[in-house]
Ligand binder design. Structure first.
Ligand SMILES: *Cc1c(COP(=O)(O)O)cnc(C)c1O
Length: 430
C-alpha cells in the first residue's frame, strides 16, 4: 500500500513536504510549493493552484511541460524497447546519433545521461587528446576553467569550483585545473602563453548558476581564437544555455538564428567539444551529449568510457522528438523576441525603483539583481511572494533571481508575468 493510500484524509503541501523532509537527504532547499502537474508554461500544485513556471527545471523544460510530441515518443519507445546496454547495438541509437550530429554540426556524439556526466566525459576526452595528439607528458595536462563556474556536482567537477558550499569537506580534490576570472581573455592568454601543458579551456558561454553573467560580446570569439593559437581545446558547457534558451540554437551561435541547421554565420564559434544536457530531452528523460569532430572524439576506444543507460533507445527517441520541437516551433526566435521584451520592461521599472538594480541576460535566460546583500533573504522572500501570486522563480545566489520560462510562452503570457513581477517588486520597495 502506498503512503498516499495510508493517508486518506488529505495529501497536500504540508504532507508532501514532511515526507521529503523526513525521508530524503537535505541536499536542496526548495520553495514550499508541491507540484503535481505541468502543461506548457504552467505547473499546478497539489492544492490545485496554477503557476507560471519561470525556472523550467533549470532550463531543462525549454519545450514546455509534458510536450505531447516528446511524451508520445517516450511512451511509444517505452512500450517497444527501453534498454539494451551498449553491449549490443540498438535500432534507435545510430539514427539519433546521425540526427543530433547533423543538427549541431559535428562528426560524432558520445551519449550520456546527466550534465555532470557529460562534463566528466569532455574532461576525459580532452585529457586523452592532450596526451595522444598534442603530446603533453603523462599526468601533466591542465584544463583552464573560470571562477564562479558551475559544471555539476561530481568529485572532479567540484574540485575546480570556487563555491565553498559545493566544495567544503569533499576533498581531496582532483588536480589539473587552473582558474582564471570569467570574461577575461587577457588572463586566458597569459596562462596559455606561460604553460605548454594546457589541454583545454572549459567555459560556460553565459554563466547561468553564477547569476546569469553574460560576458562581453567578443569574449567567446577571442577565447576560441586563443585556444586555436595555442592548440588547446575550446570546450563549451552549454548544458544550460544550449537548445534555444538564449535566443539562438546555442549561446556560441552569437546573434545567429538559423532554424535547426546551423548555417555557420559570422558570429558562430565552433567549440572543439560541445556539452549538452537539460533541454536536449525537453525535461522528459535524463539525456546529455558530448559532441566533437573525429580527430578529437576518435581518441576514445572501446572500454575507455561509457554508461549503462547512455544512448538507450528511450533517450534516443525522446531527444530526437525534443530537438524537432525546438526547430518546428521556432523556439530560438521566440526566446530572442520575448527576452528582449522582458529586459526592456524590467529595465524601465528599474529606472524608477530602489529594490531591483539590474536586469541582464540573453534570450529567455535572464536575472534580476535585488538591491540587498548576498546574505539577505530579500530575494527569497520576493520569490515566496511571487509564488503566492502564481509565478515560480528561485534565487541563484542570495540576491539574484533567475527568470527562465519555457520557450513556448506567448507574448501575452509573458506580459502577464512581467506585471506580476513588477507588482511584487513594488511591494518590496524601501
Ligand atoms: C545543470 C548544469 C550542469 C549539470 O547538469 P546535471 O544534469 O545537473 O548534472 C552542468 N553544467 C551547467 C552549465 C549546468 O547548468
Amino acid at each position: 500500500m502506498s503512503v498516499i493510500e495510508k493517508n486518506p484524509v488529505h495529501f497536500g503541501t504540508a504532507e508532501a513536504i514532511a515526507l521529503e523532509d523526513q525521508f530524503g537527504a537535505h541536499n536542496y532547499h526548495p520553495l514550499p510549493v508541491v507540484l503535481s502537474k505541468g502543461e506548457g508554461v504552467y505547473v499546478w500544485d497539489v492544492e490545485g493552484k496554477k503557476y507560471f513556471d519561470f525556472l523550467s527545471a533549470y532550463s531543462a523544460v525549454n519545450q514546455g511541460h509534458c510536450h505531447p510530441k516528446i511524451v508520445n515518443a517516450l511512451i511509444e519507445q517505452a512500450k517497444t524497447l527501453t534498454l539494451t546496454s551498449r553491449a549490443f547495438y540498438n535500432d534507435k541509437l545510430g539514427v539519433y546519433e546521425k540526427y543530433i550530429t547533423e543538427y549541431f554540426g559535428f562528426d560524432k556524439v558520445l551519449p550520456m545521461n546527466t550534465g555532470a556526466e557529460a562534463v566528466e566525459t569532455a574532461i576525459k576526452i580532452c585529457r586523452k587528446w592532450a596526451y595522444e595528439k598534442k603530446g603533453i607528458a603523462e599526468k601533466q595536462a591542465q584544463i583552464i576553467v573560470c571562477e564562479n563556474n558551475f559544471h555539476g556536482r561530481t568529485t572532479t567537477i567540484i574540485s575546480f569550483s570556487n563555491d565553498e558550499n559545493a566544495r567544503k569537506n569533499f576533498g581531496p580534490y582532483t588536480e589539473g585545473f587552473i582558474k582564471i576570472p570569467y570574461d577575461d581573455s587577457a588572463a586566458l592568454e597569459q596562462v596559455l602563453a606561460s604553460s605548454p601543458t594546457i589541454a583545454g579551456f572549459l567555459v560556460e558561454p553565459i554563466q547561468g548558476e553564477a547569476g546569469v553573467y553574460v560576458p562581453s560580446e567578443d569574449f567567446i570569439t577571442k577565447a576560441k581564437a586563443l585556444c586555436e593559437k595555442y592548440n588547446v581545446l575550446f570546450i563549451a558547457d552549454e548544458v544550460q544555455t544550449g537548445v534555444a534558451r538564449t535566443g539562438s540554437l546555442l549561446a556560441v551561435c552569437g546573434n545567429c538564428i538559423c532554424e535547426n541547421k546551423c548555417e555557420r554565420q559570422a558570429t558562430y564559434v565552433q567549440p572543439d567539444i560541445l556539452i549538452l544536457g537539460k533541454a536536449v530531452s525537453g525535461g522528459v528523460y535524463p539525456v546529455s551529449a558530448v559532441l566533437a569532430n573525429d580527430e578529437i572524439m576518435n581518441v576514445i576506444k572501446p572500454g575507455q568510457h561509457g554508461s549503462t543507460f547512455g544512448g538507450n533507445p528511450v533517450a534516443a527517441a525522446v531527444a530526437m522528438a525534443a530537438l524537432e520541437v525546438v526547430a518546428d516551433e521556432n523556439l530560438a526566435q521566440n526566446a530572442r523576441r520575448l527576452g528582449k521584451i522582458f529586459r526592456e520592461e524590467v529595465e524601465k521599472y528599474i529606472q524608477t525603483s530602489n529594490i531591483a538594480i539590474l536586469v541582464r541576460g540573453k534570450g529567455l535566460l535572464n536575472a534580476v539583481v535585488i538591491n540587498d546583500t548576498e546574505e539577505s533573504d530579500t530575494a527569497w522572500n520576493i520569490c515566496v511572494r511571487l509564488a503566492e501570486k502564481g509565478l515560480l522563480a528561485k534565487p541563484t545566489h542570495g540576491n539574484i533571481i533567475r527568470f527562465a520560462p519555457p520557450l513556448v510562452m506567448t507574448e501575452e503570457e509573458l506580459r502577464t508575468c512581467i506585471d506580476i513581477l513588477l507588482e511584487t517588486l513594488k511591494e518590496f520597495e524601501k
